[in-house]
Design a protein around this ligand. Structure first.
Ligand code: 8YV
Length: 319
């Protein structure tokens, strides 16, 4: 049986499945560079997740036994793909299965921000709610508002569709190129080749592009300055897409109305300034965190491993 290492505990149903097929080792912590080097000589496959930063230094083993890194998650900006390819290591991810869970969470953030749900709950739990009054925690209506999607991939599209079909929202999107899919036409989603144009016109801006160096700080001070003062920023993609300190400044100066974040530049650290603000909703990277989705992600890794070890084409090859 091939030897497989998973770097964290996975849902038990998936661990059981892996155990049936492979000689499985389960860790519950990240590997140091030295541990990576020995793991690459010991295992046929290694299955990391987003918190395992796999740099070129960690992949410096000549002729590693490991020939596949099967990531548990769709994003792979934590893996140095060039270094993996140089060692002849294939990398796979888990697309599709977490699309709706992540888009649902972006919707959750949008509603929590708009309707001040976090603020209201904090108020009630701290016994500061003294009864109804006409101007209490007045928020923003989501239905009919304009949603700007940055990155119209699978997750961006799913959020756009939920927002359009369920809540009559007007959809703008910014992408490298226009998306030629029937769903986009059905929603009458408007392509903004110029991101500033989208930022200037949206009531809610949701970031759905990949992380990594190409998109690092795409939402910087200049971009935030384009947004309307009543607009909200939502990020369920990757923390590095948003310049967190520029975001803090924009919020402090009232350039935008609030932000809903599920991802951060230095996870699990979150800036003290954000923690102190009432008009931000802060979640701990929960995008794909439903039982069904996490199990499906695990099973998607299993499919990639099965394909690899039976010599078939990898369903989700990244390199
Ligand atoms: C996952 C995610 O939970 O899949 C992704 O890229 O961001 C998350 O939803 C995480 O990556 C697990 O590795």
């Amino acid at each position: 049986m091939p030897k497989v290492l998973i770097t964290r505990r996975w849902p038990s149903a998936v661990e059981a499945e892996l155990q049936r097929r492979y000689e499985l080792t389960v860790r519950d912590s990240s590997l140091s560079a030295a541990e990576w080097h020995s793991a690459l000589n010991e295992y046929d496959a290694i299955c990391p997740c987003v918190i395992d930063k796999i740099t070129a230094d960690m992949l410096t083993v000549l002729n590693p036994r490991t020939k596949i890194i099967a990531n548990f998650g769709v994003g792979y900006n934590h893996i140095d793909l060039v270094a993996a390819a140089a060692r002849g290591i294939s990398v796979t991810n888990t697309p599709d299965v977490l699309t709706h869970a992540t888009a649902d969470l972006a919707m959750t953030l949008m509603f929590m921000l708009a309707r001040r749900a976090g603020e209201g709950e904090r108020q009630l739990r701290s016994h500061q709610w003294h009864g109804w009054y006409p101007t209490h925690l007045m928020g923003t209506q989501v239905t009919g508002a304009t949603l700007g999607i940055i990155g119209m991939g699978r997750i961006g599209m799913a959020m756009a569709q939920k927002a359009h079909d369920g809540f009559g929202m007007k959809i703008l999107y910014h992408n490298r190129k226009p998306v030629n899919e029937s769903m986009v036409y059905a929603m009458k989603a408007e392509y903004c080749s110029d991101m500033d144009n989208l930022l200037q016109r949206s009531d809610f801006v949701a970031v759905h592009c990949p992380g990594g160096k190409n998109n690092r700080h795409m939402i910087n001070a200049a971009a935030l300055a384009q947004m309307q003062p009543h607009a909200f920023l939502i990020n369920t993609a990757r923390g590095d897409v948003v310049d967190e300190s520029a975001l803090v400044t924009a919020l402090q100066q009232g350039q935008i109305a609030g932000a809903g974040l599920d991802v951060y530049e230095n996870e699990p650290e979150v800036s003290q300034a954000l923690l102190a603000m009432q008009n931000v909703v802060l979640l701990p990277h929960l995008g794909s965190a439903t039982t069904a989705t996490r199990e499906a992600m695990g099973m998607r890794v299993v499919s990639n491993l099965d394909a690899f070890f039976s010599g078939q084409q990898l369903p989700d090859r990244v390199v």
